[in-house]
Design a protein. Structure first.
Length: 305
């Protein structure tokens, strides 16, 4: 039994947290290859603050006539399936929606998404924790793809923002690929960074073989790379200009169901960190945005519709 509308948090005229509104949206039926998910948890990510602030509207990347959806990743339960879908109603799943210019998002009671990008949440993992994995776990995995294998004799990787959501995954995932990782983070984050198997620093000098820029230091991060090294950033379209023969890339995170399944399994086993700061009602999205904007929050605010 479904209701004819569901609640979603959106911005009409972006202007910071105060512009977030909860509205009623018509329920849509899933088409071929799609499922409708009843969302149980949707994290607040830095990109959502930028969308609500109007950064991407100002850049011409969002042109919605009525409203812009908020939220990128989620966990929940399949409530309806379209033709050709091999997931049963009731299955717990997590996933990711991407792209800036959309009138829907995961800050909502429901979402219709392609089944192919979803992963089943392992039994031992709660949905709030699972919801924090897709965007930043996949971003990190895809950053490590861009880094590739370390060149012979050149495996020293600096991860900036190593205590953040992206950096906290890059540190362990890059070690799997053979990188020797040092995390740049705040002094109070030393225990976390060492806990994911990385060396730790609060200040550093140039000369790294590669930098994965989870803190979005941009030019300051690039300056830390040795001549001929590699830089992978998190702000596609705003990459720092290359210099000194450095390879410059930026990740554009995309859904990948099988990869997400692996990340969720490693989160359930405790091998990867699961970091929830607080679970708050969807109605408190604006307050959660204000709290995140102050900085220093470790683990995600997770909205519960
Ligand atoms: N392109 C993509 O597809 C993609 C995907 C996911 C994320 N992103 C972007 O990646 C960035 C990171 O996201 P996130 O969710 O990981 O953010 P986050 O959880 O806020 O992590 C950023 C971390 O960097 C730290 N930091 C900032 N400046 C620092 C400095 N000078 N020295 C040491 N640490 C510093 C922050 O500490 P404080 O909190 O103490 O400042 C925080 O721990 C954001 O810009 C996000 O939008 C991009």
């Amino acid at each position: 039994m479904t209701t004819s509308t569901f609640r979603a948090a959106v911005v009409r005229t972006p202007g910071g947290p105060g512009s977030i509104e909860i509205i009623d949206v018509p329920v849509a039926e899933p088409g071929p290859g799609e499922v409708r998910v009843g969302i149980a948890a949707a994290p607040v990510n830095p990109v959502d603050l930028a969308v609500a602030d109007g950064l991407f509207h100002a850049r011409g990347m969002i042109n919605q006539p009525e409203r812009t959806g908020l939220g990128w990743d989620f966990a929940g339960t399949v409530v309806a399936t379209g033709p050709g879908v091999d997931l049963a109603v009731g299955t717990r799943v997590a996933g990711l929606v991407t792209g800036f210019d959309r009138d829907f998002g995961t800050y909502a009671e429901q979402l219709v998404v392609p089944a192919a990008g979803l992963a089943v949440v392992p039994g031992g993992l709660d949905l709030a924790a699972a919801s924090t994995v897709p965007l930043n776990g996949l971003a990190a995995a895809q950053i490590v793809d861009l880094l590739g294998d370390p060149p012979a004799g050149g495996s020293r990787l600096l991860v900036t923002g190593a205590a953040g959501a992206v950096g906290g995954y890059v540190a362990p995932l890059a070690q799997d690929r053979g990188w020797q990782v040092t995390g740049l983070a705040r002094a109070e984050d030393e225990e976390f960074v060492r806990g994911v198997g990385a060396d730790f620093t609060t200040h550093t000098e140039p000369g790294w073989d590669a930098v994965a820029d989870g803190a979005a230091l941009q030019e300051r991060g690039l300056a830390l790379v040795r001549d001929g090294g590699a830089f992978v950033g998190v702000q596609p379209g705003a990459e720092p200009a290359t210099e000194r023969g450095i390879t410059v890339d930026a990740v554009v995170t995309h859904p990948d169901g099988p990869r997400l399944g692996g990340l969720l399994a490693r989160t359930a086993s405790g091998e990867l960190p699961a970091r929830v700061h607080a679970v708050v009602p969807l109605d408190q999205a604006a307050d959660a945005h204000r709290a995140v904007a102050k900085g220093g929050v470790r683990g995600r605010y997770v909205l519960k519709p």
